[in-house]
Design a protein around this ligand. Structure first.
Ligand code: PEP
Ligand code: MN
Length: 341
């Protein structure tokens, strides 16, 4: 931790900081420059740093406080430099040399719609089934999902196809229920900083797909992962799903540089959602190829038997036929990356 002092800081004020650090049992090394004085603080444990930062920055003669190490530990690359592989169900692995494809409808609408989609994506080679039973919605008047009936349909689709299911949980009170039906819990973009929910899924050992908040910086996203891991659940997979920018041609701006960057910063697997990321089915194929080329460990794709009749997100849902094409193209790119589908 480095404390940068104002030009006007007096020796007494410098002493005020060094003695506070020393009282805490830490070392303080002031460096007197021509223009400014900085104090290097050594030995302060990570969990105490935020407190010191706040207190020192409240002093009128402190310009700013810089912390050196990343604030996340369990999510940091150094925790597992070889990278993590997250297991879902008995057979699916996310991370390592594999590319994992999750596919299915945005929303579970009917038994028939979900079952036919599950069969089609399985046939095309997908590894997991996605589908929303609890849907976050901007309007409280629009469809909120089938709830537990939707979970039951997903469980039936898994029973028939063998595909493990990933579905969103929005309410900490529903975590136990969703765990009974789903193989992986999805935390949606709007809930990335719902700390009660993060803690609750952190208390389970269910794999978690943690979507990036549409407003969130990468460090905030990794801190959200840290919340889950701190509870003892290290089965976290990150999901880049696009962020809000000034651009309106696409629904979101799919930040693929975040994928490459997170791969440097963290050991956690990263998958990409080009459906929410672009909002347009015609862009889903090229961005799927790009995501795998950028180093993503997988994709989550919205597929619908009749996108023009979908209850939600039809414009970004691909048909069965286009999903088949996507699988073929992604398989080729994965091979170039030394990975297998
Ligand atoms: C979804 O996957 O359908 C969804 C609502 O995702 P997000 O939370 O990324 O908007
Ligand atoms: Mn959707």
């Amino acid at each position: 931790m480095i404390i940068v002092l104002d030009k006007s800081a007096t020796p007494e004020q410098i002493e005020q900081i060094t003695s506070k650090l020393e009282q805490g049992g830490y070392q303080a090394h002031p460096i007197f420059g021509v223009e400014k004085t900085v104090i290097g603080a050594v030995g302060v444990p990570e969990e105490e740093k935020p407190g010191y930062v706040e207190q020192f920055e409240a002093l009128p003669f402190v310009e700013r406080v810089i912390t050196i190490l990343a604030p996340y530990k369990l999510a940091a690359k150094a925790y597992r430099p070889q990278g993590s592989v997250v297991r879902v169900g008995d057979r699916v692995e996310i991370g390592g040399d594999r590319v994992c494809i999750m596919a299915g409808p945005c929303t579970v609408e009917t038994y028939e719609q979900t079952m036919s989609t599950a069969r089609a994506v399985k046939e095309a080679g997908a590894h997991m089934l996605r589908g929303g039973a609890y849907k976050p919605s901007t309007s409280p008047y629009s469809f909120q999902g089938l709830g537990v009936d939707g979970l039951k349909i997903l469980a039936e689709a898994r029973a028939e196809t063998g595909l493990p299911v990933v579905t969103e949980v929005m309410d900490p009170r529903n975590v136990e229920l969703v765990c009974q039906y789903a193989d992986m819990l999805q935390i949606g973009t709007r809930n990335m900083q719902n700390y009660d929910l993060l803690r609750e899924v952190g208390n389970t050992r269910h794999p978690v797909l943690l979507k990036r908040g549409m407003w969130a910086r990468i460090d905030e996203w990794l801190m959200a992962a840290e919340y889950i891991m701190k509870g003892g659940n290290e089965n976290v997979v990150l999901c880049e799903r696009g962020i809000r920018t000034f651009e309106t041609a696409t629904r979101n701006t799919l930040d693929l540089s975040a994928v490459a960057h997170v791969k440097q910063e963290s050991h956690l697997p990263v998958v990409v959602d080009p459906s929410q990321g672009t909002g347009k089915w015609v862009l889903v194929l090229p961005m799927s190829r790009a995501a795998i080329a950028a180093g993503a460990d997988g994709l989550i794709i919205e597929v619908h038997p009749r996108p023009e009749q979908a209850w939600k997100d039809g414009a970004q849902s691909v048909t069965f036929e286009n999903f088949g094409q996507l699988m073929r193209e992604v398989r080729a790119i994965a091979e170039v990356m030394g990975k297998a589908l």
